[in-house]
Write a protein that binds this ligand. Structure first.
Ligand SMILES: NC(=O)c1ccc[n+]([C@@H]2O[C@H](COP(=O)([O-])OP(=O)(O)OC[C@H]3O[C@@H](n4cnc5c(N)ncnc54)[C@H](O)[C@@H]3O)[C@@H](O)[C@H]2O)c1
Length: 262
């Protein structure tokens, strides 16, 4: 059993969707290490439960498909029951889609928008009663984070459906930042560039398995000359969720080594 050691989120409670893998997992680990009580919500029961067991005290897992409103409400209820409240919602779960726009059939359109956008909206609605209580209880308030993407603030060919879903999240970030400011709930989005996670291979169908070539090409688009790692996104999430960011709301922050600066 490993207890939280830092204090940047001491005594706060976070619910992180898609917390079993990749960027979500890195954020779970980072938040937990900074004293946060973390509920991992994911459809991947095996990985999610194993991560909660590994972290031990201060971490728990709830099986949750965030596209299902009832499961979102159950995940929030489980968080409140386990940790006594909810201060931070990180709506991070999402999935890839790459390919020509014409190749996206009805099922794909529905799935990508449901998983990447509508699921996050439903989870926010489920969490708002608890977040409103936290916003009223603490001077620095409560926080909502979305994992959008650089595709939420820019575009490139063959990512149309994914790009629509992530632009939607950035629009939601701005709208909710204004709507929820009176409730002392801050809303921000994190916009990572391509980052090495299990999702990466699913994004690269055109490279037919030559991931090394893909990595070289991606790195060449990053002014800092190195690929972002999952911990870079987790560090940004930690800052935006913490009281250090108490005056920041409505932002879409690229984690991109300067890619969006051009
Ligand atoms: N990896 C990248 O390059 C990158 C870049 C920008 C944005 N993102 C975004 O980051 C987020 C996390 O992606 P990742 O790279 O860590 O991928 P990942 O595949 O490693 O992790 C995604 C997690 O979400 C879970 N998940 C999927 N559908 C779900 C659902 N309906 N309900 C609950 N959980 C669900 C999966 O089980 C998995 O644990 C996604 O929203 C993705 O679009 C990723």
């Amino acid at each position: 059993m490993r207890r939280p050691t830092g204090d940047r989120l001491a005594g706060r409670v976070a619910l992180i969707t898609g917390g079993a893998s990749g960027l979500g997992e890195a954020t779970v680990r980072r938040f937990h290490a900074e004293g946060c009580w973390v509920m991992i919500a994911d459809i991947d029961t095996r990985r999610g439960a194993a991560l909660a067991r590994e972290l031990g005290d201060g971490a728990a897992f709830v099986a949750c498909d965030h596209t299902d409103r009832a499961q979102d409400e159950a995940a929030v209820a489980a968080t409140e029951a386990e940790f006594g409240g909810l201060d931070i919602l990180h709506a991070n779960a999402g999935g890839p889609f790459a390919g020509p726009f014409e190749s996206a059939d009805d099922a794909t359109l529905d799935r990508v928008i449901a998983v990447n956008l509508v699921g996050a909206m439903k989870m926010v609605q489920a969490a708002l009663p608890a977040l409103r209580k936290a916003g009223a209880a603490r001077p620095a308030g409560a926080a909502i984070l979305f994992t959008a993407s650089v595709q939420g603030i820019s575009a490139k060919p063959n990512f149309s459906v994914y790009t629509v879903s992530k632009h939607g999240l950035v629009g939601l970030t701005r709208s909710l930042a204004l709507e929820l400011a009176p409730a002392n709930i801050r809303v921000n989005a994190i916009c990572p560039a391509v980052t090495e996670t299990p999702m990466l291979a699913k994004f690269m169908p055109g490279f037919s398995g030559d991931m090394d070539e893909a990595r070289v090409r991606m790195k060449a688009t990053i002014p800092l000359g190195r690929m972002p790692e999952a911990v870079d996104t987790a560090n940004a999430a930690l800052f935006l969720a913490s009281d250090e960011a108490r005056m920041l709301t409505g932002h879409a922050l690229p984690i991109d080594g300067g890619q969006m600066a051009g």
